[in-house]
Design a protein around this ligand. Sequence first.
Ligand code: SAM
Length: 258
Amino acid sequence: MSSELAPTRLSRDEIASRIEALGPWFHNIDLAGVETAPGHFLGDYPAVKWRHFWHAVAPAIAGRSVLDIGCNAGFYSIAARRAGAARVLGIDTDPDYLAQARFAAEVCGLDLEYRQLSVYDVATLGERFDVVLFLGVLYHLRHPLLALDLIHEHVAGDLLVYQSMQRGSAEAAPVEPDYGFWATDHFDHPGYPKLHFIEHAYSGDQTNWWAPNRACSEAMLRSAGFAIAAHPEDEIFICRRLAAPAGVGAVYPARGPR
Ligand SMILES: C[S@@+](CC[C@H](N)C(=O)[O-])C[C@H]1O[C@@H](n2cnc3c(N)ncnc32)[C@H](O)[C@@H]1O
């Protein structure tokens, strides 16, 4: 199926007023010369992040199926389709962001599919995708490891592209298979996996629940059954789904018998 649909017939003024009506936008996307979020607090976001890692993702996408979890206004769904993905499905819990995503796809003339669905409900999709994008969502979830387990169990076919806001040390110390009960020093090592809990808000955003350090991102990915294949940017991990689940029944119990 071609990714190209008929180009939009909307004028620049019509596009600008639809963008205004659908706002506020988190994704800054250039829609026929009109930017959706030119005043973003992170700059030209997410293009400023995308340009540091997409070169490592794009070659794996051509001709493949892509699931974009937490797609927001579809910046990465659009990028995946333009990289030649055979099919792209974007899911998000927020209907306002999905309305933005549908409008952006229409203006770009791209064949993209969007559904309102939580990462916790990916089992209902009933299919696996060659590439799963899980970008900027983990730290917005109250149950982040459950989300990774569910992705592994139900939708990840081959590659998982993960990104999280990370705080704390960028060091990742080796994790031993076990520690004695009286061994406690490693918990205070900066490179030990740590998931910082945000009880109230961070950066004025009450949906920021957790901030892993780098070691924690890596450890959670391994624990959920993903092997880290590449780390092209500080917060980005490109992972391969391992054939064997991390435990017996990836969701519960999380650990299998020895
Ligand atoms: C920080 S934005 C990241 C958007 C995009 N993936 C990116 O990296 O730029 C987080 C997105 O996750 C969505 N989200 C939050 N909880 C979710 C859930 N349980 N399931 C799916 N999406 C969720 C939000 O609505 C929002 O669009």
